[in-house]
Write a protein that binds this ligand. Sequence first.
Ligand SMILES: Cc1cc2nc3c(=O)[nH]c(=O)nc-3n(C[C@H](O)[C@H](O)[C@H](O)COP(=O)(O)OP(=O)(O)OC[C@H]3O[C@@H](n4cnc5c(N)ncnc54)[C@H](O)[C@@H]3O)c2cc1C
Length: 452
Amino acid sequence: MIHGRVEYAELTFVPDPAGQLVRFVVTLPDGVSPDQVEKQRSRQRSELGELRRILEGHDPWDLPDSVLTGEDLSALVSSAVSSLPDFEGITRFPRDLIQNLAEAGLIERRWRQRSAGIAGDVEFGILLSDELARQVPAGACIGYSLHTETVLSLLHRFGDNEFLTQLRAEAMAGRKIGCIAASEYTGGSDLSAIKTLATQVDDGWVISGRKKFVSLGAVADFAITLCQIAEPLGEPTGRTALIVVPLDETVVVAEHDKLGTHCLDTVAIEFDHVLVPDDAFLGRKGLGVLSLNYGLTFERLAIASQVTRGCELALSMAVEHAERRRQFGKALRDHQYLRFRMAEQLAEIYTLKSAVSDLAREVAHSPMNRGLMSRIAGVKLVAARAGERLISESMQVFGGAGYLLSETPLGQFWNDVRVARIGAGTDEMMLSIVSEMLAGETELYDRLVRIS
Ligand SMILES: Cc1cc2nc3c(=O)[nH]c(=O)nc-3n(C[C@H](O)[C@H](O)[C@H](O)COP(=O)(O)OP(=O)(O)OC[C@H]3O[C@@H](n4cnc5c(N)ncnc54)[C@H](O)[C@@H]3O)c2cc1C
């Protein structure tokens, strides 16, 4: 359902499940006199006519940005979230969040193919991620972006057979939820050294091994799993591959007790000779780490956007508190040192927001290349580090109350945001990606540097 407003009238456009416009409801709020209505009638008619023209013949999700933005998106997300149980105290990701977002048409809208192709509408994805970060805790946002950004980007990019196309359709509809199983007990940074094996047998491949960190692993239906391909006798080849493995045949061996992001389950799982078909491979065999990095790049951008929004929320509460709280005879806000520190936070938030939205636009319109992947890694790195620092600064404005979990949510925000420096690749791995693009400028150096 999409809401709009022209002068005195509230408009509601109700699409049917097939996406066609079937109802167009105009409501006049209480207190508007017939005279006022008469006066505005001709103007409204032309505005309504204009909106009808915009809407007729359009897929409702293909509305111009001026119609589906801000309040509309916020209302859709809020209705997807409203039927969920309270997040307080839950330790498993609520699957219904993804299903409800899918039913509201939002996941379809995120992955609608734009002219450039497989990345879908990344800008919309960022708007959605940003809105979710406003309405649900960080753990739920991460679970959402693992499925909608990482898993679905891999299924769109590499899902080229019937098995994977069918799985993608189920995942888009929120009927099946996917997760990523890459990191192992031996390490999550050096993924080329993983030990989980995929061994070919007559009717497919057998997967065996253990993964230490699998977020959504307790609730998802399948895991996109990074394996090492083995010779038929089980000898590892050193070549990695991504394979879809059903989770109903795996065992959860541990549920991790985490510092934050509690409503996202993160578990260790074991694959004990799980048989998968040859069609379950995503991308080329031997290029598993590279293919995974493609999917993680979308998640990194979503993390940067969610962290930025988290900082914005924390700052807005700090500013409000600084207006209400008085010390030394005036509001905290009127102490210039505090006001300037909050302004510094806002300036960093502006910068991060611009960087995230620029990258989202570029990714949507041009294929993902090394340069873009490096820039996204750079923004994720900077956002994750800034998140930890900025939320701590907002906490500081609350004094002691900032440290009390029973009085303010800032401490929990701080615990939650810390994982952004680890998940989807640590700070150090982001630096490694960024460092590949370091390039000197020979001509400039020769022209301007005169070291004796
Ligand atoms: C809450 C949470 C959820 C997670 N969810 C998932 C998930 O869904 N799926 C998944 O596959 N993984 C997941 N992970 C795992 C995460 O991706 C890894 O923890 C991360 O990649 C680091 O791996 P590690 O913990 O093994 O640390 P290590 O790889 O052992 O690294 C330890 C430290 O050394 C640094 N380091 C390593 N190599 C170098 C180097 N060459 N130069 C400089 N520094 C280096 C690392 O950056 C890190 O700081 C999750 C982790 C957490 C905490």
